[in-house]
Design a protein around this ligand. Structure first.
Ligand code: GLU
Length: 552
């Protein structure tokens, strides 16, 4: 076909497209950003609920853009309308906001490089396809599904590469007359790329995480526009990343195999490709088979973003976890820097795991505990209030009614170099501090009391009578030791161990008895602090309740 014929063909196929490439290039100029600023994008398809892996990739987009004073934008990639689910887009924007992985630009946010939803950009894609037709780099292909299936069968029998290329690309060189005839017959068509690739040649790509990769050149005549005139994902995202000036594509490594096509498209369109960072999936050891597999929404509760919200894992703690899987040196840095937050850490692609990162529940738990340990009692109270407002209304009411007490309990053992590490999620507060609220403690502990150890109630009553709560921790403990010695108990476990027959027990046994009676557990935060908050009357009430229920 001559150039004149190609222009005629392009007009025939796209009579309504009156804009040019130049029009869009001008409309979306270079971004005015500081040197080194990264423009990243998160491009989810609205095909279902959000997976931890999606959050992970969006988190990477966010931190790299943020630390370089760049832009992190959200683009909805809904080219496959058949797979789109209702409410899918709102779910994505809701989850991003909810998890504080908020784009600086994009669908549902601000920005002047939109529209940020691919289904609203059809005209733009068609403009570029029209241009490719004029340049002889794309063509209409009228092959039917049956014809394509037949070719595939033949290729399978002959054990050759599957797909439309070379001699199998039968519509590649149709004349303008032949095309006109088919159009007149209303034959359906797609637009295919006229691929110049040679599979015997290799392209070399430097991935920021995986390093140098050699992949065969793409030689298939891939579809650019489907029968309904909408683009395929591959084509659409290349146009978008160009016009939106993406500098770094960070995405799952399942896209590595499509990379030769993407690079080819960038080159044929005359665009500079962005830099790539393909991240490995989050894996897990299957509890049944023992094999390593991808984290699955069907099998693993941790895989779905919703799990974190519902179980009360703080957003910031989840960010800490995502940071540990983003950079291998993050965790140590964080644990050694008490006063620092994620924003102070410099992420780098070369500290990113190349293979799969395995999901580690214990690590997540530990980071959550560290997070809580660095929060004041009041902060933990306020955040728990927000969580319970949504997920535990009954407890939320109790928390509000017992605000002052709760904050005091939550503040125990917060100062000092080794703050308390008992809470891993908001939902733990109810269980860990079940003794903090009188009514709840009666329902939760005494009414179900089944401890097999019996304690000397009268001895403890006597102890409480002489108890001075208006003193220091040290003096209190000395007084308790004295009380122990004067009532036949050793003042220290060591003394007791030396001559067990001389004593009824040791000071620790007395503390254990009080502890069980007033907290319902043998381990608790600092006992003296708890007693101080409760005060003598409530301590005595609790001893009486203990008497009542332990005699059941
Ligand atoms: N829309 C693609 C997905 O859902 C994104 C691929 C990319 O980031 O280039 O995974």
């Amino acid at each position: 076909m001559t150039e004149k014929e190609r222009i005629e063909l392009a007009e025939l196929l796209f009579p309504n497209i009156d804009k040019t490439r130049e029009y869009y290039e001008e409309m979306y100029p270079e971004r005015n950003l500081p040197e080194g600023a990264m423009v990243t994008r998160y491009g989810p398809s609205p095909t279902g609920s959000v997976h931890l892996g999606n959050l992970f990739s969006a988190f990477c987009d966010m931190v790299y853009a943020r630390q370089s004073n760049g832009v992190f934008f959200l683009r909805i990639e809904d080219t496959d309308q058949k797979r789109a689910v209702e409410g899918g887009i709102e779910n994505i924007t809701g989850v991003l906001k909810g998890f504080d992985i908020t784009p600086t630009e994009g669908y549902g946010f601000d920005g002047s490089y939109g529209p940020y939803k691919q289904s609203e950009r059809t005209e733009i894609y068609q403009t570029y396809v029209k241009d490719l037709i004029i340049k002889g780099l794309a063509y209409p292909c009228f092959m039917t599904e049956e014809e394509i299936a037949q070719i595939r069968e033949e290729q399978e029998i002959n054990k050759v590469q599957i797909g439309i290329y070379g001699m199998y690309a039968v519509d590649r060189d149709l004349s303008l007359e032949e095309i006109k005839e088919k159009l007149a017959n209303n034959e359906e068509y797609v637009i295919r790329l006229k691929s110049p690739g040679d599979p015997n040649k290799q392209i070399e790509i430097v991935d920021l995480i995986k390093g140098k990769m050699k992949l065969p050149e793409r030689n298939l005549d891939d579809i650019l526009l489907k029968k309904d005139g909408t683009p395929t994902y591959h084509f659409a995202h290349v146009i978008d990343d160009h016009l939106m000036h993406t500098t770094h594509v960070i995405r799952g490594d399942e896209w590595v195999s499509s990379l030769p096509l993407h690079i080819q498209l960038f080159e044929l369109l005359g665009f500079t490709p962005p830099k790539y960072a393909h991240i490995a999936p989050i894996t897990i050891k299957d509890s049944e088979t023992g094999t390593i597999r991808k984290l699955s929404k069907r099998k693993d509760p941790w895989a779905g973003a919703k799990f974190y919200e519902e179980s009360g894992i703080p957003i910031e703690a989840l960010h800490l976890y995502l940071a540990t899987i983003t950079n291998t040196n993050f965790e140590e840095w964080y644990l050694n820097n008490q006063d620092k937050t994620i924003k102070d850490f410099e992420f780098s692609f070369d500290k990113q795991a190349i293979g799969g990162t395995s999901f580690d529940e214990a690590k997540l738990n530990n980071l959550c505990k560290t997070y809580f340990s660095r929060k004041s009692g009041e902060e933990v109270y306020n955040e728990t209030l927000v969580y319970t407002e949504k997920f535990d209304k009954e407890y939320n009411k109790l928390l509000k009614e017992n605000k002052e007490d709760m904050i005091q309990f939550l503040s125990i053992e917060k100062d000092g170099p080794r703050p308390r590490k008992d809470i891993a999620k908001y939902s733990d507060v109810k269980e860990e501090f079940s003794y903090a609220i009188d009514s709840m403690f009666e329902d939760e502990f005494y009414s179900k009391y089944d401890g097999d150890k019996t304690y000397d109630i009268e001895l403890i009553k006597e102890y409480v009578e002489g108890l001075d709560l208006d003193t220091t921790n040290e003096e209190w403990f000395n007084a308790t030791k004295e009380f122990a010695s004067s009532h036949g108990y050793a003042a220290s476990p060591k003394d007791y161990k030396k001559n067990p027959d001389d004593y009824k027990g040791h000071v620790g046994d007395i503390c254990e008895a009080i502890r069980v009676m007033i907290t319902g557990r043998t381990k608790s935060p600092d006992l003296f602090s708890i007693m101080k908050i409760l005060g003598k009357d409530r301590i005595n009430n609790r001893i009486e309740l203990y008497r009542k229920y332990s005699n059941k």
